[in-house]
Design a binder for this molecule. Structure first.
Ligand code: OAD
Length: 213
């Protein structure tokens, strides 16, 4: 089994999604905060925004949906959890086989030597280079390793659960078209809904525990 999660799976932990009514892209402009050009233009502003999001995520706790996915992983023989989220709530809940398509908000990467480090952000890389958030921005390619691992996992699985994603950001959303059977868990319908074999309508923190029961 494979699972693709988006910001909706962390919504019940108090982490804002991007495109819902109170979503980040309703309050902030992506092109000023989440592109390589934005960072080149005003790195301090971009870091301030990511530091603010880091604090929200660090203070949040995994919810019943994250925990149910841990239980599913324990029960099925082959399980891959593919997430677009840059938070660490799947890992903190106890999920083991997790692929991050869009990087991690707790990682910083050097613009000069590409070295990555996690934990508190030092002012500069050990090489003296400037650090950027270790996430994927608009206009950037996905890192190939997680992308291909995710595609393999979806192709090899009998079932893909698509949880809490608006399904508008590619290539992540394209995984749905590689799946044998797809089930969507989301309180709202999405552009991917018509492709689904089944839809379970509701918040993942309620639907996933019920699925196990
Ligand atoms: P979005 O904010 O686009 O979509 C969130 C989805 O979660 C919506 O379809 C909601 O209906 C659904 N949702 C809300 N509350 C939920 C709940 N309690 N349970 C289940 N679903 C719920 O977030 P993503 O699809 O993750 O990328 O966004 C994809 C990418 O766009 C992100 O990874 C980020 C963003 O820009 C980058 O920054 C590269």
């Amino acid at each position: 089994m494979a699972v693709l999660t988006g910001a909706g799976v962390s919504a019940e932990s108090g982490i804002p999604t991007f495109r819902d009514n109170n979503g980040l892209w309703r309050q902030f402009r992506a092109e000023q905060l989440a592109t390589p050009e934005a960072f080149a233009n005003d790195p301090e502003l971009v870091w301030e925004w990511y530091d603010w999001r880091r604090e929200i995520i660090a203070a949040a706790q995994p919810n019943a949906g994250h925990l149910a996915l841990v239980e599913i992983e324990r029960r099925v023989p082959h399980f891959t959890l593919i997430t677009q989220n840059v938070d660490d709530l799947h890992e903190r809940a106890g999920s083991r086989n997790v692929i991050h398509l869009h990087g991690s908000i707790f990682v910083q990467r050097c613009l000069r030597c590409s070295r990555e480090s996690s934990g508190p952000r030092p002012p500069k890389c050990v090489c003296g280079g400037m650090l950027r958030p270790g996430v994927v921005w608009f206009g950037e390619a996905l890192p190939p390793e997680p992308r291909f691992a995710a595609e393999d996992a979806v192709r090899e699985s009998d079932l893909l659960l698509v949880i809490g994603t608006s399904g508008v950001v590619y290539p992540a959303a394209g995984l749905v078209y590689m799946a044998k059977r797809v089930v969507e868990i989301n309180p709202s319908s999405t552009p991917l809904s018509s492709r689904m074999d089944e839809r379970l309508e509701g918040p993942s923190g309620e639907i996933l525990p019920r699925l196990i029961a």
